[in-house]
Design a protein around this ligand. Structure first.
Ligand SMILES: Cc1ncc(COP(=O)(O)O)c(C=O)c1O
Ligand SMILES: N[C@@H](CCOP(=O)(O)O)C(=O)O
Length: 462
Protein backbone atom coordinates (compact mmCIF):
# COMPACT_ATOMS: atom_id res chain seq x y z
CA UNK A 1 0.00 0.00 0.00
CA UNK A 2 1.33 3.41 -1.00
CA UNK A 3 0.01 6.82 -0.08
CA UNK A 4 -0.43 9.76 -2.44
CA UNK A 5 -1.41 13.40 -2.14
CA UNK A 6 -4.86 14.72 -3.04
CA UNK A 7 -3.03 17.35 -5.14
CA UNK A 8 -0.99 14.76 -7.07
CA UNK A 9 2.53 16.14 -6.68
CA UNK A 10 4.10 13.85 -4.08
CA UNK A 11 5.92 10.63 -4.98
CA UNK A 12 3.98 7.68 -3.49
CA UNK A 13 5.09 7.05 0.09
CA UNK A 14 5.05 4.15 2.53
CA UNK A 15 3.12 4.13 5.81
CA UNK A 16 5.77 5.54 8.18
CA UNK A 17 6.90 8.21 5.71
CA UNK A 18 3.25 9.23 5.40
CA UNK A 19 3.00 9.56 9.19
CA UNK A 20 6.14 11.69 9.25
CA UNK A 21 5.07 13.88 6.34
CA UNK A 22 1.72 14.90 7.95
CA UNK A 23 0.53 17.60 5.57
CA UNK A 24 1.54 16.51 2.06
CA UNK A 25 4.55 18.43 0.75
CA UNK A 26 2.48 19.83 -2.16
CA UNK A 27 -0.03 21.34 0.29
CA UNK A 28 -2.56 18.52 -0.13
CA UNK A 29 -3.54 15.69 2.19
CA UNK A 30 -2.24 12.13 2.03
CA UNK A 31 -4.66 9.31 1.13
CA UNK A 32 -4.19 5.62 0.32
CA UNK A 33 -3.59 4.90 -3.36
CA UNK A 34 -6.39 2.33 -3.12
CA UNK A 35 -8.86 1.86 -0.31
CA UNK A 36 -8.72 -1.78 0.86
CA UNK A 37 -12.01 -3.70 0.76
CA UNK A 38 -13.48 -5.66 3.66
CA UNK A 39 -16.04 -8.27 2.59
CA UNK A 40 -19.30 -8.97 4.42
CA UNK A 41 -17.93 -12.39 5.42
CA UNK A 42 -14.77 -10.87 6.92
CA UNK A 43 -16.86 -8.31 8.73
CA UNK A 44 -18.89 -11.09 10.36
CA UNK A 45 -15.66 -12.83 11.40
CA UNK A 46 -14.63 -9.60 13.11
CA UNK A 47 -17.80 -9.42 15.21
CA UNK A 48 -16.35 -11.20 18.23
CA UNK A 49 -13.04 -9.32 18.29
CA UNK A 50 -11.96 -7.03 21.10
CA UNK A 51 -11.31 -3.38 20.27
CA UNK A 52 -7.57 -4.00 20.22
CA UNK A 53 -7.89 -7.05 17.95
CA UNK A 54 -10.10 -5.13 15.55
CA UNK A 55 -7.56 -2.29 15.49
CA UNK A 56 -4.84 -4.77 14.46
CA UNK A 57 -6.98 -6.25 11.67
CA UNK A 58 -7.73 -2.82 10.20
CA UNK A 59 -4.22 -1.42 10.53
CA UNK A 60 -2.69 -4.55 9.00
CA UNK A 61 -4.50 -3.61 5.76
CA UNK A 62 -2.61 -0.30 5.69
CA UNK A 63 0.84 -0.65 7.26
CA UNK A 64 2.64 -2.85 4.68
CA UNK A 65 4.28 -4.71 7.60
CA UNK A 66 6.51 -1.65 8.09
CA UNK A 67 5.75 -2.18 11.76
CA UNK A 68 6.22 -5.89 12.58
CA UNK A 69 2.95 -7.44 13.85
CA UNK A 70 4.24 -8.13 17.38
CA UNK A 71 5.48 -4.53 17.70
CA UNK A 72 2.15 -3.16 16.50
CA UNK A 73 0.33 -5.41 18.95
CA UNK A 74 2.40 -4.03 21.81
CA UNK A 75 1.83 -0.43 20.70
CA UNK A 76 -1.92 -1.02 20.62
CA UNK A 77 -1.96 -2.76 24.00
CA UNK A 78 -0.03 0.10 25.62
CA UNK A 79 -2.16 2.77 23.93
CA UNK A 80 -5.47 1.43 25.25
CA UNK A 81 -4.22 0.38 28.68
CA UNK A 82 -4.80 3.99 29.75
CA UNK A 83 -8.55 3.85 29.08
CA UNK A 84 -11.03 3.62 31.95
CA UNK A 85 -13.25 1.14 30.05
CA UNK A 86 -12.00 -2.33 29.04
CA UNK A 87 -14.11 -1.98 25.87
CA UNK A 88 -12.24 1.28 25.05
CA UNK A 89 -15.34 2.77 23.36
CA UNK A 90 -18.40 1.19 25.04
CA UNK A 91 -21.82 1.35 23.39
CA UNK A 92 -24.71 2.62 25.52
CA UNK A 93 -28.29 1.92 24.44
CA UNK A 94 -30.55 4.90 25.13
CA UNK A 95 -33.82 3.64 23.62
CA UNK A 96 -35.10 1.33 20.84
CA UNK A 97 -33.62 3.39 18.03
CA UNK A 98 -30.69 5.20 19.65
CA UNK A 99 -27.28 4.07 20.82
CA UNK A 100 -24.49 6.31 22.03
CA UNK A 101 -20.90 5.26 21.40
CA UNK A 102 -18.96 6.71 24.33
CA UNK A 103 -15.64 7.87 22.97
CA UNK A 104 -14.59 9.72 26.13
CA UNK A 105 -13.08 7.04 28.34
CA UNK A 106 -9.46 7.99 27.62
CA UNK A 107 -7.12 10.13 29.76
CA UNK A 108 -8.47 13.53 28.63
CA UNK A 109 -12.16 12.58 28.41
CA UNK A 110 -12.65 13.25 24.68
CA UNK A 111 -12.68 11.17 21.49
CA UNK A 112 -9.26 12.50 20.48
CA UNK A 113 -7.61 10.16 22.99
CA UNK A 114 -8.62 7.15 20.90
CA UNK A 115 -6.29 8.10 18.05
CA UNK A 116 -3.79 10.22 19.96
CA UNK A 117 -2.86 7.70 22.65
CA UNK A 118 -1.84 5.47 19.74
CA UNK A 119 -0.08 8.26 17.85
CA UNK A 120 1.96 9.16 20.92
CA UNK A 121 3.15 5.54 21.16
CA UNK A 122 3.73 5.40 17.40
CA UNK A 123 5.86 8.57 17.30
CA UNK A 124 7.88 7.29 20.23
CA UNK A 125 8.40 3.97 18.38
CA UNK A 126 9.48 5.74 15.17
CA UNK A 127 11.88 7.92 17.16
CA UNK A 128 13.45 4.83 18.79
CA UNK A 129 13.56 2.60 15.72
CA UNK A 130 14.49 5.12 13.04
CA UNK A 131 16.22 7.76 15.13
CA UNK A 132 13.84 10.40 13.72
CA UNK A 133 13.57 13.71 15.54
CA UNK A 134 9.92 14.28 16.40
CA UNK A 135 8.91 17.91 16.86
CA UNK A 136 5.14 17.97 16.97
CA UNK A 137 3.28 21.11 15.98
CA UNK A 138 -0.50 21.21 16.35
CA UNK A 139 -3.52 23.50 16.56
CA UNK A 140 -6.49 22.87 18.78
CA UNK A 141 -9.91 24.14 19.68
CA UNK A 142 -9.31 22.35 22.99
CA UNK A 143 -9.48 18.57 22.75
CA UNK A 144 -6.80 17.57 20.22
CA UNK A 145 -4.23 19.62 22.13
CA UNK A 146 -5.01 18.10 25.51
CA UNK A 147 -5.03 14.55 24.10
CA UNK A 148 -1.85 15.01 22.06
CA UNK A 149 0.04 16.49 25.02
CA UNK A 150 -1.12 13.64 27.22
CA UNK A 151 -0.01 11.15 24.55
CA UNK A 152 3.62 12.37 24.42
CA UNK A 153 4.36 14.26 27.66
CA UNK A 154 7.73 13.28 29.09
CA UNK A 155 8.54 10.98 26.15
CA UNK A 156 12.18 10.94 25.13
CA UNK A 157 13.03 12.24 21.65
CA UNK A 158 9.75 14.14 21.30
CA UNK A 159 8.81 17.81 21.75
CA UNK A 160 5.30 19.15 21.30
CA UNK A 161 3.98 22.67 20.74
CA UNK A 162 0.24 23.29 20.68
CA UNK A 163 -1.50 26.51 19.62
CA UNK A 164 -4.91 27.14 21.17
CA UNK A 165 -7.21 30.17 20.81
CA UNK A 166 -6.82 32.37 23.89
CA UNK A 167 -10.00 32.44 26.00
CA UNK A 168 -11.95 30.34 23.49
CA UNK A 169 -11.50 26.89 25.03
CA UNK A 170 -13.36 25.63 28.09
CA UNK A 171 -11.72 26.02 31.52
CA UNK A 172 -11.16 22.26 31.84
CA UNK A 173 -9.63 22.06 28.34
CA UNK A 174 -7.29 24.95 29.19
CA UNK A 175 -6.27 23.32 32.46
CA UNK A 176 -5.71 19.92 30.83
CA UNK A 177 -3.20 21.50 28.46
CA UNK A 178 -1.54 24.09 30.62
CA UNK A 179 -1.10 22.24 33.92
CA UNK A 180 1.34 19.85 32.25
CA UNK A 181 4.82 20.83 33.42
CA UNK A 182 7.00 18.44 31.38
CA UNK A 183 9.82 20.28 29.63
CA UNK A 184 8.95 18.74 26.23
CA UNK A 185 5.62 20.62 26.15
CA UNK A 186 4.95 24.20 24.99
CA UNK A 187 1.49 25.77 25.04
CA UNK A 188 0.98 28.90 22.94
CA UNK A 189 -2.27 30.68 23.74
CA UNK A 190 -2.98 32.72 20.60
CA UNK A 191 -5.17 35.83 20.39
CA UNK A 192 -7.56 34.71 17.64
CA UNK A 193 -9.77 31.73 16.91
CA UNK A 194 -9.10 28.09 16.01
CA UNK A 195 -9.10 28.81 12.26
CA UNK A 196 -6.31 31.36 12.84
CA UNK A 197 -4.25 28.78 14.78
CA UNK A 198 -4.83 26.12 12.12
CA UNK A 199 -3.83 28.54 9.35
CA UNK A 200 -0.51 29.35 11.03
CA UNK A 201 0.46 25.72 11.45
CA UNK A 202 -0.59 24.82 7.91
CA UNK A 203 1.52 27.71 6.57
CA UNK A 204 4.50 26.45 8.57
CA UNK A 205 4.03 22.87 7.35
CA UNK A 206 3.79 24.20 3.78
CA UNK A 207 7.14 26.01 4.20
CA UNK A 208 9.23 22.92 3.35
CA UNK A 209 12.49 24.54 4.39
CA UNK A 210 11.15 25.38 7.86
CA UNK A 211 9.36 22.03 8.15
CA UNK A 212 12.56 20.12 7.30
CA UNK A 213 14.90 22.23 9.42
CA UNK A 214 12.75 21.83 12.55
CA UNK A 215 11.49 18.27 11.85
CA UNK A 216 7.85 19.30 12.15
CA UNK A 217 5.36 16.45 12.63
CA UNK A 218 1.56 16.69 12.66
CA UNK A 219 -0.92 15.31 15.18
CA UNK A 220 -3.99 16.99 13.74
CA UNK A 221 -6.30 15.10 11.42
CA UNK A 222 -4.31 16.35 8.44
CA UNK A 223 -2.23 13.28 9.37
CA UNK A 224 -3.75 10.21 7.71
CA UNK A 225 -2.98 7.98 10.73
CA UNK A 226 -5.43 10.01 12.84
CA UNK A 227 -8.12 9.25 10.28
CA UNK A 228 -7.26 5.57 10.14
CA UNK A 229 -7.21 5.12 13.92
CA UNK A 230 -10.68 6.69 14.05
CA UNK A 231 -12.14 4.22 11.53
CA UNK A 232 -11.70 1.44 14.09
CA UNK A 233 -14.53 2.61 16.31
CA UNK A 234 -16.95 2.88 13.35
CA UNK A 235 -16.41 -0.83 12.75
CA UNK A 236 -16.52 -1.56 16.47
CA UNK A 237 -19.78 0.37 16.99
CA UNK A 238 -21.50 -1.31 14.06
CA UNK A 239 -20.40 -4.78 15.18
CA UNK A 240 -21.59 -4.18 18.77
CA UNK A 241 -25.19 -3.59 17.67
CA UNK A 242 -26.99 -6.90 17.79
CA UNK A 243 -28.27 -7.97 14.37
CA UNK A 244 -26.67 -4.96 12.68
CA UNK A 245 -26.31 -6.89 9.39
CA UNK A 246 -30.12 -6.94 9.09
CA UNK A 247 -30.70 -3.33 10.12
CA UNK A 248 -30.27 0.11 8.65
CA UNK A 249 -27.61 1.73 10.84
CA UNK A 250 -27.06 5.50 10.71
CA UNK A 251 -24.16 7.21 12.46
CA UNK A 252 -24.47 10.77 13.70
CA UNK A 253 -21.13 12.52 14.22
CA UNK A 254 -20.50 15.86 15.98
CA UNK A 255 -18.27 17.54 13.39
CA UNK A 256 -15.90 20.49 13.04
CA UNK A 257 -12.67 19.78 11.20
CA UNK A 258 -14.42 16.91 9.33
CA UNK A 259 -11.81 14.37 10.51
CA UNK A 260 -14.10 12.15 12.55
CA UNK A 261 -16.81 11.87 9.91
CA UNK A 262 -14.25 11.44 7.15
CA UNK A 263 -13.06 8.35 9.04
CA UNK A 264 -16.67 7.12 8.73
CA UNK A 265 -16.66 7.86 5.01
CA UNK A 266 -13.45 5.82 4.70
CA UNK A 267 -14.95 2.94 6.72
CA UNK A 268 -17.97 3.00 4.38
CA UNK A 269 -15.72 2.92 1.30
CA UNK A 270 -13.95 -0.09 2.83
CA UNK A 271 -17.31 -1.89 2.92
CA UNK A 272 -18.86 -1.08 6.30
CA UNK A 273 -22.59 -0.99 5.47
CA UNK A 274 -23.51 2.28 7.17
CA UNK A 275 -26.85 3.64 5.97
CA UNK A 276 -26.61 7.42 6.55
CA UNK A 277 -23.64 9.40 7.82
CA UNK A 278 -25.09 12.40 9.61
CA UNK A 279 -22.96 15.52 10.01
CA UNK A 280 -23.86 17.36 13.21
CA UNK A 281 -22.44 20.84 13.68
CA UNK A 282 -23.32 23.92 15.71
CA UNK A 283 -24.03 27.46 14.49
CA UNK A 284 -20.69 27.37 12.63
CA UNK A 285 -22.64 25.49 10.01
CA UNK A 286 -20.48 25.59 6.88
CA UNK A 287 -20.84 21.82 6.42
CA UNK A 288 -24.63 21.93 6.75
CA UNK A 289 -24.79 24.70 4.15
CA UNK A 290 -22.55 22.70 1.83
CA UNK A 291 -24.71 19.57 2.03
CA UNK A 292 -27.93 21.52 1.54
CA UNK A 293 -26.83 23.93 -1.21
CA UNK A 294 -23.51 22.73 -2.64
CA UNK A 295 -21.77 25.95 -1.62
CA UNK A 296 -18.71 25.62 0.63
CA UNK A 297 -18.00 29.10 1.94
CA UNK A 298 -16.36 29.84 5.29
CA UNK A 299 -18.60 32.32 7.12
CA UNK A 300 -18.20 34.41 10.25
CA UNK A 301 -16.83 32.63 13.30
CA UNK A 302 -19.31 32.23 16.19
CA UNK A 303 -18.56 31.26 19.79
CA UNK A 304 -21.05 28.56 20.83
CA UNK A 305 -21.72 26.18 23.74
CA UNK A 306 -19.80 23.46 21.84
CA UNK A 307 -16.50 25.36 21.41
CA UNK A 308 -14.49 22.44 20.03
CA UNK A 309 -16.66 22.60 16.91
CA UNK A 310 -16.28 26.36 16.48
CA UNK A 311 -14.54 25.85 13.16
CA UNK A 312 -15.22 27.39 9.76
CA UNK A 313 -12.45 25.90 7.63
CA UNK A 314 -12.74 22.12 7.86
CA UNK A 315 -9.35 20.55 7.10
CA UNK A 316 -10.53 17.17 5.89
CA UNK A 317 -13.11 18.55 3.53
CA UNK A 318 -10.31 18.37 0.93
CA UNK A 319 -10.06 14.58 1.35
CA UNK A 320 -13.81 14.17 0.77
CA UNK A 321 -13.76 16.53 -2.23
CA UNK A 322 -10.95 14.45 -3.74
CA UNK A 323 -13.14 11.34 -3.69
CA UNK A 324 -16.22 13.29 -4.78
CA UNK A 325 -14.26 14.45 -7.85
CA UNK A 326 -13.40 10.88 -8.78
CA UNK A 327 -9.86 10.94 -7.29
CA UNK A 328 -8.85 13.49 -9.91
CA UNK A 329 -5.95 15.42 -8.29
CA UNK A 330 -5.86 18.05 -11.03
CA UNK A 331 -9.56 18.86 -10.67
CA UNK A 332 -9.20 18.92 -6.89
CA UNK A 333 -6.27 21.32 -7.11
CA UNK A 334 -8.41 23.60 -9.30
CA UNK A 335 -11.19 23.62 -6.69
CA UNK A 336 -8.72 24.34 -3.86
CA UNK A 337 -7.18 27.25 -5.83
CA UNK A 338 -10.68 28.62 -6.37
CA UNK A 339 -11.39 28.39 -2.64
CA UNK A 340 -8.20 30.37 -2.04
CA UNK A 341 -8.87 33.04 -4.69
CA UNK A 342 -12.67 33.40 -4.50
CA UNK A 343 -13.34 32.36 -0.91
CA UNK A 344 -15.82 29.64 -1.87
CA UNK A 345 -16.46 26.60 -4.03
CA UNK A 346 -19.69 25.26 -5.39
CA UNK A 347 -20.82 21.86 -6.61
CA UNK A 348 -24.14 21.17 -8.33
CA UNK A 349 -25.98 18.60 -10.45
CA UNK A 350 -24.72 15.04 -10.07
CA UNK A 351 -21.99 16.05 -7.64
CA UNK A 352 -24.46 17.70 -5.28
CA UNK A 353 -26.74 14.67 -5.56
CA UNK A 354 -23.77 12.49 -4.56
CA UNK A 355 -23.02 14.74 -1.55
CA UNK A 356 -26.64 14.48 -0.47
CA UNK A 357 -26.58 10.71 -0.81
CA UNK A 358 -23.33 10.52 1.22
CA UNK A 359 -24.48 12.79 4.07
CA UNK A 360 -27.32 14.42 5.95
CA UNK A 361 -26.37 17.51 7.94
CA UNK A 362 -27.72 19.69 10.73
CA UNK A 363 -26.23 22.76 12.37
CA UNK A 364 -27.85 22.75 15.82
CA UNK A 365 -28.65 26.16 17.29
CA UNK A 366 -27.33 27.07 20.74
CA UNK A 367 -30.76 26.80 22.36
CA UNK A 368 -31.46 23.47 20.61
CA UNK A 369 -28.20 22.15 22.06
CA UNK A 370 -29.18 23.12 25.63
CA UNK A 371 -32.76 21.84 25.19
CA UNK A 372 -31.39 18.48 24.01
CA UNK A 373 -29.12 18.17 27.05
CA UNK A 374 -32.08 18.96 29.33
CA UNK A 375 -34.41 16.54 27.54
CA UNK A 376 -32.06 13.53 27.69
CA UNK A 377 -31.18 14.20 31.33
CA UNK A 378 -34.85 14.32 32.21
CA UNK A 379 -36.11 11.44 30.06
CA UNK A 380 -33.16 9.03 30.30
CA UNK A 381 -31.08 10.37 33.19
CA UNK A 382 -28.18 10.55 30.71
CA UNK A 383 -26.04 13.69 30.69
CA UNK A 384 -24.78 14.73 27.24
CA UNK A 385 -21.90 17.07 26.62
CA UNK A 386 -22.85 19.96 24.27
CA UNK A 387 -21.07 18.44 21.24
CA UNK A 388 -22.83 15.12 21.70
CA UNK A 389 -26.08 17.04 22.15
CA UNK A 390 -25.64 18.48 18.63
CA UNK A 391 -25.19 14.90 17.42
CA UNK A 392 -28.39 13.81 19.15
CA UNK A 393 -30.31 16.79 17.74
CA UNK A 394 -29.19 15.68 14.27
CA UNK A 395 -30.27 12.09 14.99
CA UNK A 396 -33.71 13.41 15.95
CA UNK A 397 -33.87 15.39 12.70
CA UNK A 398 -32.90 12.58 10.34
CA UNK A 399 -33.64 9.13 11.68
CA UNK A 400 -36.59 7.65 9.90
CA UNK A 401 -38.92 4.93 11.14
CA UNK A 402 -37.27 1.60 11.76
CA UNK A 403 -33.76 3.00 11.45
CA UNK A 404 -31.21 2.62 14.21
CA UNK A 405 -28.77 5.44 14.91
CA UNK A 406 -25.48 5.40 16.74
CA UNK A 407 -24.54 8.90 17.90
CA UNK A 408 -20.94 9.47 18.86
CA UNK A 409 -20.42 10.95 22.32
CA UNK A 410 -17.26 12.88 21.58
CA UNK A 411 -16.62 14.32 25.03
CA UNK A 412 -17.50 13.89 28.70
CA UNK A 413 -19.87 16.62 29.99
CA UNK A 414 -17.40 17.57 32.74
CA UNK A 415 -15.20 19.19 30.08
CA UNK A 416 -17.95 21.67 29.26
CA UNK A 417 -19.52 22.58 32.58
CA UNK A 418 -19.99 26.19 31.42
CA UNK A 419 -22.83 24.98 29.15
CA UNK A 420 -24.20 22.41 31.59
CA UNK A 421 -24.54 25.07 34.30
CA UNK A 422 -26.73 27.18 31.99
CA UNK A 423 -29.52 24.64 32.41
CA UNK A 424 -28.97 24.39 36.16
CA UNK A 425 -27.64 20.85 36.14
CA UNK A 426 -25.04 20.17 38.79
CA UNK A 427 -22.53 17.51 37.84
CA UNK A 428 -19.79 15.88 39.85
CA UNK A 429 -16.36 16.08 38.23
CA UNK A 430 -14.36 12.87 37.78
CA UNK A 431 -11.34 12.97 40.14
CA UNK A 432 -8.67 13.61 37.44
CA UNK A 433 -10.63 16.67 36.26
CA UNK A 434 -11.35 18.00 39.76
CA UNK A 435 -7.62 17.76 40.58
CA UNK A 436 -6.68 20.10 37.71
CA UNK A 437 -8.15 23.16 39.46
CA UNK A 438 -5.44 22.98 42.15
CA UNK A 439 -2.48 22.91 39.74
CA UNK A 440 -0.29 25.76 38.41
CA UNK A 441 -0.58 26.63 34.70
CA UNK A 442 2.19 27.02 32.11
CA UNK A 443 1.45 28.84 28.87
CA UNK A 444 2.73 31.70 26.74
CA UNK A 445 0.14 34.15 25.49
CA UNK A 446 1.02 35.46 22.02
CA UNK A 447 -0.48 37.70 19.36
CA UNK A 448 -1.83 36.11 16.20
CA UNK A 449 1.37 36.94 14.37
CA UNK A 450 3.26 34.30 12.39
CA UNK A 451 6.69 35.86 13.03
CA UNK A 452 6.13 35.92 16.80
CA UNK A 453 5.03 32.29 16.74
CA UNK A 454 8.05 31.30 14.62
CA UNK A 455 10.39 32.88 17.20
CA UNK A 456 8.71 30.93 20.01
CA UNK A 457 9.03 27.70 18.04
CA UNK A 458 12.68 28.28 17.17
CA UNK A 459 13.55 28.88 20.83
CA UNK A 460 11.65 25.73 21.85
CA UNK A 461 12.83 23.30 19.16
CA UNK A 462 16.48 24.38 19.03
C1 LIG B 1 -15.72 17.16 21.55
C2 LIG B 1 -15.57 17.30 20.08
N1 LIG B 1 -16.59 16.93 19.29
C3 LIG B 1 -16.51 17.04 17.95
C4 LIG B 1 -15.39 17.55 17.34
C5 LIG B 1 -15.37 17.63 15.85
O1 LIG B 1 -14.58 16.59 15.30
P1 LIG B 1 -13.87 16.77 13.88
O2 LIG B 1 -12.99 17.96 13.99
O3 LIG B 1 -13.11 15.52 13.69
O4 LIG B 1 -14.94 16.98 12.89
C6 LIG B 1 -14.31 17.96 18.11
C7 LIG B 1 -13.06 18.51 17.55
O5 LIG B 1 -12.70 18.39 16.48
C8 LIG B 1 -14.38 17.79 19.51
O6 LIG B 1 -13.35 18.11 20.28
N1 LIG C 1 -11.85 20.07 17.65
C1 LIG C 1 -10.48 19.88 17.39
C2 LIG C 1 -9.97 20.70 16.26
C3 LIG C 1 -8.76 20.08 15.60
O1 LIG C 1 -9.18 18.95 14.92
P1 LIG C 1 -8.24 17.80 14.40
O2 LIG C 1 -9.15 16.61 14.37
O3 LIG C 1 -7.77 18.19 13.06
O4 LIG C 1 -7.10 17.62 15.35
C4 LIG C 1 -9.73 20.09 18.69
O5 LIG C 1 -10.24 19.72 19.71
O6 LIG C 1 -8.66 20.63 18.69
Amino acid sequence: MKYISTRGHVEPKGFIDTVLMGLADDGGLMVPEQIPAVSAATLEEWRSLSYQELFLKIFSLYTNDEIPYEDLKELVATSYSTFRSPEVTPLHQVNDSLYVLELFHGPTFAFKDVALQFMGELYSYISRKRGEIIHILGATSGDTGAAAIQGVRGKEGIKICILHPHGKVSKVQELQMTTVDDSNVLNLSVHGNFDDCQKVIKDLFADLDFKGRYHLRAINSINFVRILAQTVYYFYAYLQVEGSAEKKINISVPSGNFGNIFSGYLAKQMGLPINKLIIATNENNILERFVNTGEYKPGNFKSTYSPSMDIQVASNFERYLYYLLGEDAEKLSGYMSKLQSEGKITVDGELLAQVQSDFDALGAKNQQCLDTIGKYKQEYDYLLDPHTACGIAAYEAFSGNGETTITFATAHPAKFDEAIQLIAIKQEFPAPIAALFEMPQHQTVVEHDKEVIIRELQAFYE
